[in-house]
Write a protein that binds this ligand. Structure first.
Ligand code: PT1
Length: 273
């Protein structure tokens, strides 16, 4: 398989490996269910599968290293053995990063942008791409009272600092991917401003990854009878947001609904060509 081309447009399919992710109550192991789900996403046109064993949605509790390794690594190995696809591992822990690299993962996706002790060093020893995401606070408390004087300026300053840290650690610029982190320590207003000004983040000349699929901000913008639209009613809103991000320069879109997203992005590609 050729090297992952970060200049291309990619639909990244989300594969969450948490105990409740595949709770059909049956005897199918998590591994079988994960492989089945990945196969569907690949058939639908995903070019990258993002495997995560730590939930980072608002209010999520941290998970230990041993538990995360046990959830994620067998899935990386099984996907690599069964499919010709790119694998991303969504983790912040250096131990999981190292194991993912050893299992031939194609990229790392870190919502903490290599700020955990040891993460920079592990990445410096490998040569795979790494996504640096912006987050204010930590998942368990990040939505309590997010505060910025200017969201875009602050996200850009954070990227500048993290890019510098990476380069000083020996991680070359061409391995980095940036992600504004929609929903990570941000109010609806912050998220909307980031989306409206997303093109400003292209000034780093790095690939841009975005994850908006089914997030709270979509529910809030849609509002059904005075309430946030429920998660299962957020597809059309998510697709609209994904199209906006690609028009503004994003090229890796992290989604749950692969087929719908691939179709939406084909329309964008047609006018970009
Ligand atoms: C993301 C992302 C991620 N999101 C990257 N990795 C999640 N690079 C996990 C909500 O507001 O955007 N980029 N890994 C999932 N996290 C959330 C956050 C899920 C907020 C839901 C919300 O509903």
């Amino acid at each position: 398989m050729e090297k992952l081309d970060l200049q291309q447009l990619h639909v990244m399919g989300i594969l969450n490996i948490t105990p409740d992710s595949f709770s059909d109550g049956g005897q199918y192991t998590g591994l079988d269910a994960a492989l089945y789900r990945a196969e569907i996403m690949l058939k639908e046109g995903a070019t990258i599968i993002d495997i995560g064993g730590e939930s980072t949605r608002p209010n999520a509790k941290a998970v230990g290293v041993a538990e995360e390794l046990q959830r994620v690594i067998p899935v990386v190995e099984a996907l690599k053995a069964n499919f010709d696809c790119y694998i991303s591992v969504d983790t912040s822990k250096p131990e999981v990063m190292q194991a993912a690299i050893d299992a031939k993962a194609d990229m790392l996706n870190d919502v903490r942008a290599l700020q955990m002790t040891g993460a920079l060093a592990v990445c410096a020893k490998s040569n795979i791409p790494i996504c640096l995401m912006h987050m204010q606070g930590q998942p368990d408390t990040m939505q309590i009272q997010p505060t910025y004087s200017n969201i875009v300026t602050e996200v850009k300053a954070f990227f500048s600092e993290r890019i510098l840290c990476c380069e000083q650690a020996g991680i070359t610029h061409d391995r980095l991917i940036l992600d504004p982190g929609f929903g990570f320590g941000k109010t609806l207003d912050h998220n909307t401003q980031l989306l409206a000004q997303l093109e400003q983040l292209t000034e780093f000349n790095l690939p841009l990854l975005v994850g908006i699929s089914r997030k709270t901000m979509i529910g809030q913008l849609l509002q059904h009878s005075g309430q946030d639209a429920p998660v299962n009613q957020r597809l059309y809103g998510s697709l609209s947001a994904a199209v906006i991000t690609v028009l503004k320069g994003a090229n890796i879109i992290r989604v749950h609904d692969v087929k719908a997203s691939v179709d939406a992005l084909k329309i964008v590609s047609a006018i970009q060509a």
